[in-house]
Each structure stands twice: as structure tokens, then as C-alpha cells.
Design a protein around this ligand. Structure first.
Ligand code: 6R9
Length: 639
């Protein structure tokens, strides 16, 4: 067993942690209120969500809370008119929040910028005007290929304000992956930066966009906005590329907030599925805003004095719900850091916590494992006493990592809120509140208004303690409203187990009704909390001249949680050697970007296949990990 523990001790974990009395007294939602919420959501779920919707501002209220006449294409709050940006900015400008800090940003070199709600509002208005001047309007798609910069948040909000649909693409993706997303979304505009700082180096970015736009592909893009971050030289194409600062220099501070229908898309977020083509998950204004607002407020118990730091990159859904939209709707101060946690040394995150007095720190197990590796001496160099809540998301957290965080960062006082949710769910689904009794490694119980269960392949509930498929049994407001260009793929989520939403995860429920997530059931890897499909990786390998056939599986990795191992059959004329391994790794980095971490490559003469010719990753995985291989009937060559 490694120092971070394994799934086996997760299954045996029996420790429980109670919240300190002071925390319960001060909580926005106390235990009696939580019970009342659960009771209400139990017998009148739509009434529960309607009450949640009433906490936000609308241009026109709904005719109905939920229209399920065309299930699984559920429509939340039909007939209503709203704009999430109104709730993130406009409404705070009319209250005492106007002069409160909305955003604190720190760059890797140590530079920092702060925006009050009013300042952020003003900047978003100017960019909204600039977008309109470039011919962008309601329903147009904008790809935002940016590192964590204030302008990333500003561009997202400006797009949403004018009714455009943003799709943020993680700056770690390759030109090819970017092109694929631009094409699928048929984006008219790309926002990017000249480069960004990472681990003491300048990483160029604009040139990757140029590469993505080369040739006949991506000719939907008319213009590009470039933020000057590192002052590195870039080639600007006349008539297409504009410096951000030039565009907004003369823009006015007011730009009308577009009135949106409930179902008008707010953003697309591409995520990996089981085929080579990433899925464009669609989230829309009304439902997303209600679900995220209610769950973020409840789980993180937002107080006027909080400084909320979610370490996720804006390129992931966590960055959308927990860095931008959720915190801003809540009127809290959200913090963003541009760079590497190890720069200039391993205490950087704690330095930031102490410097700004961070009260809520929400991160991912892969980050926690990295911090554990750095050692606790770094945590002791800074005053972390401002922290009151900790959070985890992205993959199962081992009890060891949970306890490390609780003890060394949370002084044995701050609850660790392990939130289970997905790009598709938009909002937290299964999660404790600060008042909950915690078991390290468990995401505890469903939030009020959410119904989940563990079932077998036919949809029958499995007994407590047994593993099975994690399903959601009722629609929820922040659910994706569709799949871009692909309604059939959306429908699949509801058809694998009829009448239920199957999330793709395996989990179990214990005798107390606590959920324990075990991992993905499908061919999707979770590398450092990022989803990447084995099919996507196999397709990328397949594009290399030396590769005849390839099978990719996930193998355990102490820091990243999981990493990829590739089994490769080379073309007859190729002689596999170390040079080829290096070249293949380089190739994957070019094709998919650094997110696709290859742990090892093994050359084989052939791969196990089904009679229909599908590579059996299950067999490769069992061999690799020394497990029982299981049923092999249907295998092409049972030897
Ligand atoms: C928010 C986000 C979703 C997948 C999900 C599951 C895993 C997320 C988790 C967790 C265990 C948690 N996951 N939260 N596993 N405990 N608290 O991560 O979205 O990128 O779409 O990934 O991540 O496997 O299905 P996304």
C-alpha cells in the first residue's frame, strides 16, 4: 500500500467527525433548517426549487417550475426571462455590495489585481460593448482560450451579458483539441492572451490559437481578442486580431444586459466521453443559476466576510460554478491564482491564504496529494487561521488525504466538504454541509431536492454496502439542457438505465445512507481530476505513423490519481525503441495537450479483442493490475 492509501482502506473507513458547536451555531443553515429543507424537498421538490428561484432577480417569473412533457428534455422555469449576469453583477451594484471586493487575482510573478463589484461591472460592460462592436450578439458562440486571468472572468460575463454563448477551453489543450472545439461550436470569436506564467516560465498561447485557425478548418472565426499578459511578441493578423486594451479603451461603461429566455444557452463545456469526440455540454441561464446559487450557498455557508478560493481553472465546470458564477451570485469575494502551486516554492498556496485571509479553500484531491508530497513544513510557515471551511472535488479523496487536509490545514476544526457533481449536473449534488457529520472519503448525502441511488444494470436498488451504479432519479435545475449538435448523445444519459440519469460512476451507500464514490464505470480516465476518454487517447495514438493498433487504460498514480498506460502494436516496418516512446509521448502532448498524462507505453504483438474487433481494455487492465480477468467469452483469441 502506498502512503496515500488505496480504495481498500476507503471501503473500511469508519472514523466520523462532528462539527464544532460554534460552527453549528453560526451556520446559515442549521440542522433543524436542513431537516425542514429535506422534508419540503421530499414531498414538494418543485416547491423547494421555486423557493430557491425566488432568492434571485428575474425580468419575468416563470409560468411553471418544471415542464417534463418532453422528458428527458426537461425545461426548468419555462416562460421566465432572466440573465445570470444580472444576478452576478447588476443587482449587487444597487446594494451595499457595490464597493465590496468581487475578485482578487494573483499572478504567478506576484502581481495582483482587485476588482470591486462596481469595477467588475464597469469592465464587463465595456467588454460587452466591444463584443457587440465586433458583431457578436445573442446566440453567437465565443471560445475563451485563456489562463486564469481577470479578463477570463470578464470575457465570460461579458459574453453572457449580451446573450452570447461562451465555451472556455482550458489553456493546457493543444491546437488540435482547440480547433475541434471551435469547429463543433462554430465559434465566431476567440478570446486569448499572448501567454501566461507557469512555473517561472512564459507559456505562449496566442500562437496555439493561430495554429488552430490555420487552413480551411475553423474558418467560422471572424475575430480574435488578445489580452496582453506577458508582453511577448505575437503575430497579429490585420482585421482579425485585436488587442483587448485597444478594443475597450473608448468603450462606455454601460451596455444593456440582454433579456434571455429560461432555456437560452449560457455556456458550452466540452468534456470527454467514451468516444473520440468530446461532448459539448450545454447549460442555460435559468436552471443553472437557480441550482448553482442554492447549492453553493448552502454547502459553503457563504457569509459577508468570506474570501472564497476555489483553485480550479476556469476551463473546467468547477471554474464556472465555483470560481465565477456561484461566488458572484452569492455576492462573495472570489480569488484566483494564475500559476503553479510550487512557485517560487512549495508554500505558495499558504502564502496566498495568509496574505488575503482566505476563509474557504476548495480544491481537488490531486492538489492535496501534491501538497502532501511537498511536506507539512510549508504549511507551518504561514498563518492559516482565517480558514473556516475546506472543500474537495473531482475524484474520490482517500481518507489519508482527507485527514491530512483536516489536520494540517484545517487545525482539526474546519470541515472538509467533499462535493460530488459533474459537468453535466452543473451544481453540487451529493455533499455535506458544514453542520454535517463527516466520514473521510464519503461525499455523505444528497442535497435537498436531489434524489440519488445505487442500482444494478437493470435499475434495481442494490443493498447497503454493495457497489453499483450511481444514478439520479429526478431532474434538478442546473442539469445540462442538452448536448451541442447531438440530442441523441444527450438522450443516452437517460437510456442506459431507463427512466434514470446514469452519471457514469460506480459507488456504494453505507448503512447510514452515506455515499462513497469509487470511480468511473465507463472508459473515461480521471487524470488529476480531469476527464479524458480512452477512445480520445487511442485515436490520438492512432494518428502516429508508427502505430498500427492501440489500447489505453488507466493505472494508479500517487499524485494524479490515475494516469494512462498505452499498449501499442506497431506497424510491421517499425522497430520499437526508447526513441519511439519519447516520440509518442511528444505526439500525444501535441495532439491533446499536457492534460493527457502518459505514464507508460508497452509494445505488444497483438491486443485482446472481442469477436467484433473491439479492444478489450478490461483484459489489459486486469493483466496490468494482477486482477481476475473475468468473463472472456467473446474474445477473439482467448490465448
Ligand atoms: C465537478 C467535476 C465529473 C467526474 C464524476 C466523478 C468525479 C467529481 C467527485 C468525483 C469522487 C467527488 N468526481 N467529484 N469523484 N468524489 N467529490 O469534477 O466535473 O470534470 O465533469 O468530472 O469526476 O467520476 O463523474 P467533471
Amino acid at each position: 500500500m502506498d502512503q496515500f492509501g488505496t480504495l481498500d482502506n476507503l471501503l473500511q473507513e469508519e472514523r466520523v467527525f462532528r462539527p464544532l458547536p460554534q460552527l453549528v451555531i453560526e451556520a446559515n443553515v442549521n440542522p433543524q433548517e436542513l431537516e425542514a429543507h429535506r422534508r419540503m424537498a421530499g414531498h414538494d421538490p418543485l416547491g423547494y426549487w421555486e423557493e430557491a428561484a425566488d432568492e434571485l432577480d428575474w425580468f419575468k417569473k416563470w409560468d411553471q417550475v418544471l415542464d417534463d412533457s418532453d422528458a428527458p428534455f426537461y425545461k426548468w422555469f419555462p416562460g421566465s426571462r432572466c440573465n445570470i449576469v444580472y444576478n452576478c453583477l447588476d443587482r449587487h451594484i444597487e446594494t451595499y455590495n457595490k464597493n465590496k471586493l468581487a475578485l482578487i487575482w494573483e499572478g504567478e510573478p506576484g502581481d495582483s489585481r482587485k476588482y470591486t463589484y462596481f469595477e467588475l461591472y464597469r469592465e464587463v460592460n465595456r467588454v460587452a460593448n466591444a463584443l457587440r462592436s465586433l458583431g457578436i450578439g445573442k446566440g453567437d458562440r465565443i471560445v475563451i482560450y485563456m489562463p486564469p486571468l481577470p479578463e477570463t472572468v470578464i470575457s465570460m460575463l461579458a459574453a453572457a451579458k449580451i446573450g452570447a454563448i461562451h465555451s472556455v477551453v482550458f489553456a493546457g489543450f493543444s491546437a488540435k483539441a482547440l480547433r475541434q472545439r471551435i469547429n463543433d461550436a462554430q465559434a465566431k470569436l476567440v478570446v486569448t492572451a499572448d501567454g501566461f506564467y507557469r512555473n517561472g516560465q512564459i507559456m505562449p498561447l496566442k500562437e496555439t490559437v493561430d495554429e488552430a485557425l490555420v487552413g480551411a478548418c475553423a474558418d467560422c472565426v471572424d475575430s480574435m481578442i488578445v489580452v496582453r499578459r506577458c508582453k511577448v511578441g505575437v503575430d497579429m493578423t490585420d482585421g482579425r486580431d485585436f488587442w483587448y486594451e485597444d478594443l475597450i479603451r473608448n468603450e462606455r461603461n454601460i451596455s444593456p444586459t440582454e433579456v434571455m429566455d429560461a432555456d437560452d444557452p449560457l455556456f458550452l463545456m466540452y468534456t470527454s466521453g467514451t468516444t473520440g469526440q468530446p461532448k459539448g455540454i450545454v447549460h442555460s441561464h435559468a436552471g443553472y443559476m437557480v441550482g448553482v446559487h442554492r447549492t453553493l450557498n448552502h454547502v459553503f455557508d457563504i457569509k459577508p466576510t468570506d474570501i472564497f478560493w476555489c483553485t480550479a481553472d476556469p476551463g473546467w465546470v468547477t471554474g464556472h460554478s465555483a470560481v465565477v458564477y456561484g461566488p458572484l451570485m452569492a455576492g462573495t469575494t472570489t480569488l484566483m491564482y494564475e500559476g503553479h502551486p510550487n512557485y517560487p516554492q512549495a508554500d505558495r498556496l499558504w502564502n496566498i491564504v495568509a496574505k488575503y485571509g482566505v476563509t474557504i479553500f476548495y480544491t481537488a484531491p490531486t492538489m492535496i496529494r501534491m501538497l502532501m508530497r511537498f511536506g507539512i513544513q510549508y504549511t507551518r510557515q504561514h498563518d492559516l487561521s482565517s480558514l473556516r471551511l475546506l472543500g474537495s472535488v473531482g475524484e474520490p479523496i482517500s481518507p489519508e488525504a482527507w485527514i491530512w487536509l483536516y489536520k494540517n490545514i484545517g487545525r482539526n476544526e474546519c470541515p472538509v466538504l467533499d462535493t460530488w457533481w459533474q459537468t453535466e449536473t452543473g451544481m453540487f449534488m451529493i455533499s455535506p454541509l458544514p453542520i454535517s457529520l463527516l466520514k473521510p472519503g464519503s461525499v455523505t448525502k444528497t442535497l435537498p431536492g436531489v434524489e440519488a441511488d445505487i442500482v444494478d444494470r437493470d435499475g434495481n436498488p442494490v443493498p447497503a454496502g454493495k457497489g453499483g451504479l450511481l444514478v439520479l432519479k429526478r431532474p434538478w435545475p442546473a442539469m445540462m439542457t442538452g448536448m451541442w449538435n447531438d440530442p441523441d448523445r444527450y438522450r443516452e444519459y437517460w437510456e442506459k438505465i431507463p427512466g434514470m440519469y446514469f452519471a457514469g460512476d460506480v459507488a456504494r451507500k453505507d448503512e447510514d445512507g452515506y455515499f462513497w464514490i469509487q470511480g468511473r464505470a465507463d472508459d473515461v480516465l480521471n487524470i488529476a481530476g480531469h476527464r479524458i476518454g480512452t477512445a480520445e487517447m487511442e485515436a490520438a495514438f492512432g494518428a502516429h505513423r508508427a502505430v498500427h493498433e492501440c489500447g489505453v487504460i488507466g493505472v494508479p498514480d500517487t499524485i494524479k490519481g490515475e494516469a494512462a498506460k498505452a499498449f501499442i502494436v506497431v506497424r510491421p516496418e517499425v522497430e520499437p525503441d526508447d526513441e519511439l516512446i519519447k516520440d509518442l509521448k511528444r505526439h500525444i502532448r501535441n495532439e491533446l495537450g499536457p492534460v493527457a498524462v502518459i505514464k507508460s507505453i508497452e509494445f505488444r504483438d497483438n491486443l485482446p479483442k472481442t469477436r467484433s474487433g473491439k479492444i478489450m481494455r478490461r483484459v489489459l487492465k486486469a493483466e496490468e493490475l494482477g486482477h481476475e480477468i473475468g468473463d472472456l467469452t467473446g474474445l477473439e483469441d482467448e490465448d
